[in-house]
Design a protein around this ligand. Structure first.
Ligand SMILES: Nc1nc2c(ncn2[C@@H]2O[C@H](COP(=O)(O)OP(=O)(O)OP(=O)(O)O)[C@@H](O)[C@H]2O)c(=O)[nH]1
Ligand SMILES: [Mg+2]
Length: 348
């Protein structure tokens, strides 16, 4: 899973990026997805290796109105292939850090418009291309043209592509264009300590309106402060987070929002060698899920032995769970649920 960090200059993008992936100097970094279920299972099995799910983040230079179109497109092209966008919107006050926009409302409006303009440009360029083709269009191209025209019309009306009703065929026809407004977005409002506590900042109404109108997900962060808290020892960290009214770190909260926005869940494999979390789309069946682990396991799939995490938490023993008849056998078409502990039987 890859997430592009998008925003204006001085919004705190790199600060949040580093909070998520650690103090790296590249613009791409991996973040471990904290999961107390993995912690628990690892404590129980004491495996040689514990593997958490990961998310990859791409940090970008800020986008601003004074950049030429070409440069903006160059910046945006770095996140062409991401699964989701994390918009960072500046809502912190700090005189020593210049700001591009008057307030968070103006800033998010700009970010919203940039994506619309970019996508409209893509739609129109490709419509032109198809219309000017000096040959008869293939059926696929006809489908593309018709779908692109639908997008172009919506974008002209200020509507994100992800909000248009599209058939499966139309969706497929559009998949190669990499529309930014077709991706899911999570908006992180970067607040200072005061505004984080008071929940008040300039431009909030506009921010909420744009989030609502475009069905974006939103979360509040305190980038710089959370970064400082991160550097503390464990107990001190808890105390500071508590003081901010937070039970979880920034990455925990973000992971939660991203998983629910993208419709993702986790299943686990356990053993003495490794305890591991796997990320899949909600609605994935056991055979497909097995393919995440290894294609051979998918191909040779026989059945899955499944234990619910909640049962494991309660009884703390696979033996007892089996004795109670709580281990279920599932066939290839059954659907994996969040928190399933899975052992796949297969032959190769
Ligand atoms: N007071 C305060 N300062 C912050 C906060 N977040 C970031 N900053 C400061 O703002 C400045 C810019 O932060 P960056 O994280 O580099 O911002 P950016 O969005 O990556 O900026 P560009 O890469 O230039 O587009 C730095 O000096 C940060 O220390 C915050 O929550 N509060
Ligand atoms: Mg930066």
């Amino acid at each position: 899973m890859k997430i592009g960090i998008y925003g204006a200059p001085y919004a705190g993008k790199t600060t949040i990026f580093k909070l998520l992936v650690g103090d790296v100097n590249e613009e791409i970094g991996m973040a471990k997805v904290p999961d107390e279920r993995v912690d628990f299972l690892s404590d129980m099995y004491k495996p040689k290796k514990t593997t958490y799910a990961t998310m990859e983040f791409v940090d970008l230079p800020g986008l601003s109105p004074d950049l030429p179109r070409k440069e903006k497109n160059q910046i945006l092209s770095k996140i062409q292939n991401v699964d989701a966008l994390l918009w960072v919107v500046r809502a912190f006050e700090d005189e020593s850090v210049p700001r591009y926009f008057e307030d968070a409302g103006k800033e998010i409006e700009y970010l919203h418009d940039e994506l619309l303009i970019r996508d409209l440009e893509i739609a129109e360029t490709n419509i032109e291309k198809l219309k000017n083709a000096k040959r008869k269009l293939s059926r696929d191209e006809e489908q593309q043209l018709q779908s692109l025209e639908k997008c172009s019309k919506a974008l002209n009306d200020g509507i994100f592509v992800k909000l248009i009703e599209l058939s499966e065929d139309e969706r497929k026809a559009l998949s190669s264009f990499g529309f930014f407004t077709m991706k899911e977005s999570v908006v992180a409002i970067n607040l200072d300590e005061g505004s984080f506590k008071s929940k008040a900042y300039k431009g909030k109404e506009k921010v909420e309106e744009i989030v609502r109108n475009n069905s974006l997900a939103m979360m509040e962060m305190c980038g710089k402060l959370e970064m400082e808290i991160n550097e503390l020892e464990e107990d001190e960290r808890k105390e500071f987070l508590n003081d901010l009214g937070l039970k979880e770190s920034g990455i925990s909260r973000l992971a939660r929002v991203v998983y629910s926005t993208l419709g993702l869940i986790s299943f686990f494999t356990v053993g003495e060698d490794e305890v591991r979390a796997w990320t899949i789309k909600k609605g994935t069946n056991f055979k497909k899920a097995a393919g995440k682990i290894h294609t051979d396991i998918e191909r040779g799939f026989i059945r899955a032995e499944v234990v619910k995490y909640s049962d494991m938490k309660e009884f703390k023993s696979m033996k007892e769970i089996k004795a109670k008849g709580l281990m279920k056998l599932e066939g290839k078409d059954s659907i994996v649920e969040d928190g399933d502990i899975v052992n796949i039987r297969f032959n190769v």
